[in-house]
Ligand binder design. Structure first.
Ligand code: PLP
Length: 425
């Protein structure tokens, strides 16, 4: 396979080029960037339809090639033949912690602090209530849950429901607001990257503001982990949750992860315990006695099939440094914005994503006809998504998207948005 083939890029682009000198220069740069990309070959670890430029990995990550066989084997051999013994013989029972240890390096977490299971929504609820209870242990007078006012909807819904259950006031605050937290705040729930604009908030600064006010902090890393370092231990984060099926490529409905800082684990009083978080699950005791360590953050029976699909998916990270991923992510999204500037009519799209490094791994553009452009992009084999009312989102997963892909996507966008002098590629 040629280097550019390995990077999944399309050679025809350069040869068929009919644009201006400026756009020919972009094509040359894309080519050089792909050639010097240390992550160019990780695309071979995924099965993607040929010719497709998939820019929606921030919503549903691509399929890693190791997954289908692993899932088939788990079903045929471990379920079909091993049956109940597979809980021990095939390592099912320990899988939530084992898969947690595979995710931990991506989060900057030392061992023993991450467990996998249940949806992100469920773990948001678990973490917010657990954070509330930790805060109450120190100061029972605290009355408030603070939620990021740009939050992904599910987080806001769950915080509101937790607030009703706990008798807490739920207040919305902007992540940059230096007065967001005060002596009333028990727990704060903040998204690391704004799913709509792609803006990245300052995790260390917000964490220390919340903690200085005496509050516990919960980060939702769904749009950051797997695309950039998050360094949870280094920044003293209390609790964090995130999605298994976006940049972690675990497949539709993959279980999510929950991080609980070591020092807090003995005091953790989570709202959804189950027999699998019990110190002696098979003693079948009437009362819940929490297991030591991160196991006490588990709930009921783990969702083995999707958990083991996620485990196989995490093999794509072997030999990959998250710093390399971040460097490529910034370069890719920056290059895509540059191509959009150069190739689309001035004023046709407004770039919502920050141009500085305060961004995640997506580029969001607004245009009144955003929803109508999406199927036309898909017809030309460029997949992005749309968020109401007028936002087009393009997610760049550095493990399987290249620079020539970014250029081809921008050219296609320029074409479907009405420019006739730019070939779609
Ligand atoms: C994708 C995402 C979720 C998804 O939660 P589910 O329970 O998997 O539906 C939650 N929070 C954020 C910030 C997300 O980006």
């Amino acid at each position: 396979m040629s280097e550019r083939g390995a990077a999944g890029t399309n050679d025809g682009d350069r040869d068929g080029w009919s644009g201006s000198a400026e756009t020919a220069e972009l094509a040359e740069r894309a080519h050089l960037l792909d050639r010097s990309d240390p992550l160019a070959t990780t695309r071979e670890r995924f099965s993607l339809p040929p010719g497709l430029i998939y820019l929606d990995g921030n919503s549903l990550g691509a399929l890693p090639t190791a997954v289908p066989e692993r899932v088939a084997e788990t079903i045929r051999r471990d379920w079909g033949q091993g049956l109940i013994a597979s809980w021990w013989d095939a390592g099912w029972w320990e899988a939530p912690q084992r898969v947690g240890e595979l995710i931990a390096p991506l989060l900057g977490a030392a061992p023993g602090q991450v467990v996998v299971g249940d949806s992100t929504s469920v773990n948001v609820f678990r973490a917010v209530v657990a954070g509330w209870r930790l805060a109450q242990q120190d100061d029972p007078g605290r009355t408030e849950i603070v939620v990021d006012d740009t939050t992904f909807p599910t987080d806001g819904y769950l915080a509101a429901s937790a607030g009703r259950l706990l008798g807490a006031r739920v207040r919305r605050a902007h992540p940059t607001d230096v007065n967001a937290f005060d002596e009333h705040t028990a727990v704060a729930l903040i998204n690391h990257v704004d799913y709509r604009t792609g803006r990245r908030w300052d995790l260390p600064a917000v964490t220390s503001r919340a903690q200085r006010a005496g509050a516990r902090i919960v980060w939702d890393l769904s749009h950051s982990a797997g695309a950039m370092p998050v360094d949870l231990d280094r920044h003293g984060v209390d609790l964090a949750v995130g999605c298994g099926y976006k940049f972690l490529n675990g497949g539709p409905g993959a279980p999510s992860y929950l991080y609980v800082r070591s020092e807090l684990q003995d005091r953790l009083d989570q709202p959804l315990p189950g027999w699998s978080s019990h110190a002696e699950p098979f003693a079948m005791e009437a009362d819940h006695r929490p297991a030591p360590g991160i196991v006490r953050a588990r709930g009921g029976t783990p969702e083995i099939l999707s958990l083991l699909a996620l485990e196989a998916a995490l093999e794509v990270w072997q030999g990959v440094e998250i710093e390399q991923v971040r460097a490529k992510s910034l370069a890719l999204t920056g290059f895509f914005m540059e191509c959009v500037d150069a190739l689309t009519e001035p004023g046709r799209f407004r770039v919502l994503t920050p141009r500085g490094d305060d961004r995640g791994s997506q580029v969001s553009l607004s245009a009144p006809d955003a929803a109508a452009l999406l199927p036309r992009l898909a017809d030309a084999l460029v997949v992005g998504d749309h968020r109401p009312p007028d936002v087009l989102r393009f997610g760049f997963a550095p493990l399987y998207v290249g620079f020539t892909d970014a250029l081809r996507a921008a050219r296609t966008l320029a074409r479907v948005a009405g420019r006739r002098d730019v070939t779609a590629g």
